[in-house]
Design a protein around this ligand. Structure first.
Ligand code: GLN
Length: 192
């Protein structure tokens, strides 16, 4: 059974721990480099990417996170976590940095004020899932090695992608009780 960490600097950590356990993984919160060393894979939760970035620097986690991702650790980022896994971002705050790893440009708070939060059914890797979006980003553009796993209205925007061991969604599957996205990630971790 793989041990999957949930980055616990900020955001909805407990919900991801619960979903990972339901999907058959051992799940644990990760705050420090030594805890990161001990996991096979990592979930980066939703929250606020600017805060997460600053806390990652404060806790000396940004470089270790970049290193593990570069070495091929599987990671799944949801919402703010998607932003953290993007190589480039639009509408970040001044100097905002990411962990990176996925060759894509992600736009923060992209769906705009009128649809700050919304829910939508969409196809994720061939499964129909109910998706919750909260001040969500979308994928503005992506490299040739990035696979699109899901799109959503308005605008047929890209909201789920995978590049090798890295998975990202604009939405929050941990809030729906539907374990399939987490199961998809746990299966990824098992196969890699
Ligand atoms: N629900 C979320 O994770 C929101 C993401 C947030 N808008 C950010 O920029 O980080």
């Amino acid at each position: 059974m793989p041990t999957i960490g949930v980055l616990a600097l900020q955001g909805d950590v407990r919900e991801h721990v619960r979903m990972l356990q339901e999907a058959g993984a051992t799940a644990t919160a990760v705050r420090r480099p030594a805890e990161l060393d001990a996991v096979d894979a990592l979930v980066i939760p939703g929250g606020e990417s600017t805060t997460m970035w600053k806390l990652a620097e404060t806790f000396d986690m940004l470089q270790p996170l970049r290193m593990r991702v570069k070495e091929g650790m599987p990671a799944y980022g949801s919402c703010a976590g998607m932003i953290m896994l993007a190589d480039r971002i639009e509408d970040g705050i001044a100097g905002q940095q990411t962990i990176g790893g996925i060759d894509m440009v992600v736009r923060r708070n992209a769906f705009g004020r009128q649809v700050d939060s919304f829910e939508s059914d969409l196809d994720f890797a061939g499964d129909r899932v109910h998706a919750v979006f909260i001040r969500a980003p979308w994928v503005e553009s992506l490299g040739a090695d990035v696979e699109v796993l899901g799109r959503c209205e308005p605008g047929d925007r890209i909201v789920a992608v995978r590049q090798g061991p890295l998975l990202a969604t604009s939405f929050h599957p941990e809030l729906t009780g539907d374990v399939r996205v987490h199961r998809y990630f746990v299966d990824m971790v098992r196969e890699l």
